[in-house]
Design a binder for this molecule. Structure first.
Ligand code: X3X
Length: 339
């Protein structure tokens, strides 16, 4: 074989091996000097799945970017959380806020329709809805307020009524102070259900229940087991499933656009993957969590769902800033899924 053919073969082998190396290595290959530290804040207990998911996603992003993107996670509102956490994002901090969509309602009012009470019958209905053009339009509008929504699909379970005495009907809630997170959506939901909504940060909630400042709270079985809520004496769970507890992941749009594209792709991929994995773990573990709660004396009670739904009817009227017909549009998407 003459030397030109030898060189030709070698060149093909070299190009082929370079291509293979590129495909095989899914870590980033951009400027090695680039480094960004982001602080991620949420209110969840380290024992809760959502907290574990955030830690795992941060670890995977660090590995896949060879340390260029370092996400430091801060559970239990160690950093600004709730409304203040979202404000950090809007102000352009190197910060990721993980909160439910009702906290984005201040910037995109239509998000309140996504997080309204008694909308969903399953986790899947919600994660299907978030992929519709209707919600993608809401996500695009959030960017006009400076908020890049990486995903809306983190789920921490259906929120139920957790009290010292059984609650089955709106009348059972009459005069009862029930702790809620501090957005109008939660406050209006519990007031319409018949309670006196008392907004408190999670960090003050368990002591408020223990000391009788409030008569109970509302939360999922995963919140219950992860925070040992049953130790407060609130061992009765009314299965209202009035709100599906979900969280989005929010970063400032300019901070986001300043990250090299292939790091952005890795970040988005890993947060989406973490949401799917975390939701599956919740679905797989729910029965075991219920059994464990029952072993701690927790009693579950069916509720008069129709009575609560009737009381919540006023919640499906658009309020200031919401697009006329947005609730009808959400219900139409859900009805289509249920055909
Ligand atoms: O913004 C995220 C949720 O709305 C937080 O809900 P909250 O304050 O009832 O906390 C849920 C618990 O699971 C926290 O451990």
């Amino acid at each position: 074989m003459n030397k030109f053919k030898v060189f030709g073969v070698l060149a093909v082998v070299l190009v082929f091996s370079l291509v293979l190396a590129g495909c095989g290595d899914r870590t980033a290959t951009v400027d090695d000097d680039y480094k960004l530290v982001l602080r991620l804040s949420h209110v969840f207990n380290p024992a809760e799945q959502l907290s574990k998911s955030m830690d795992l996603v941060a670890e995977r992003i660090y590995e896949r970017t060879n340390g260029a993107i370092e996400i430091q996670t801060f559970p239990q509102a160690q950093l600004p959380a709730y409304k203040e956490g979202v404000e950090q994002v809007v102000r352009g901090a190197n910060f990721i806020s993980v909160e439910d969509p009702s906290f984005i309602g201040d910037y995109v009012p239509d998000m309140k329709a996504l997080y309204a009470p008694m909308m969903y019958e399953s986790f899947e209905e919600y994660t299907t809805l978030t992929q519709t053009d209707l919600v993608k339009d809401m996500i695009a509008r959030a960017e006009e307020s400076g908020i890049k929504i990486l995903t809306l699909d983190y789920i921490y379970g259906f929120r139920n009524i957790i009290t010292r005495e059984p609650v089955r009907t709106p009348a059972d809630l009459s005069g009862k102070q029930i702790r809620v997170p501090g957005t109008d959506l939660y406050i209006n939901t519990l007031n319409n259900m018949g309670a006196i909504a008392n907004p408190l940060p999670w960090g003050e909630t368990l002591s408020a229940v223990q000391q009788g400042v409030v008569d109970g709270l509302e939360g999922s079985e995963f919140t219950n087991i992860g925070n040992r809520v049953y130790e407060t004496g609130a061992t009765h769970v009314g299965l209202s499933r009035h709100i599906l507890g979900t969280c989005g992941v929010y970063i400032n749009i300019d901070v986001w656009n300043g990250i090299p594209e292939n790091y952005r792709n890795i970040i988005e991929e890993e947060f989406l993957k973490g949401a799917v994995e975390g939701t599956q773990i919740l679905s797989d573990n729910h029965a075991a969590v219920v059994a464990e709660l029952e072993s701690h004396g927790v009693q579950f009670h069916e509720v008069d769902g129709a009575a609560f739904r009737a009381r919540l009817a006023p919640m499906y009227a658009e309020t200031a800033g919401m697009t006329p017909g947005v609730f009808e549009a959400v219900f139409a998407e859900l009805d289509a899924m249920r055909q």
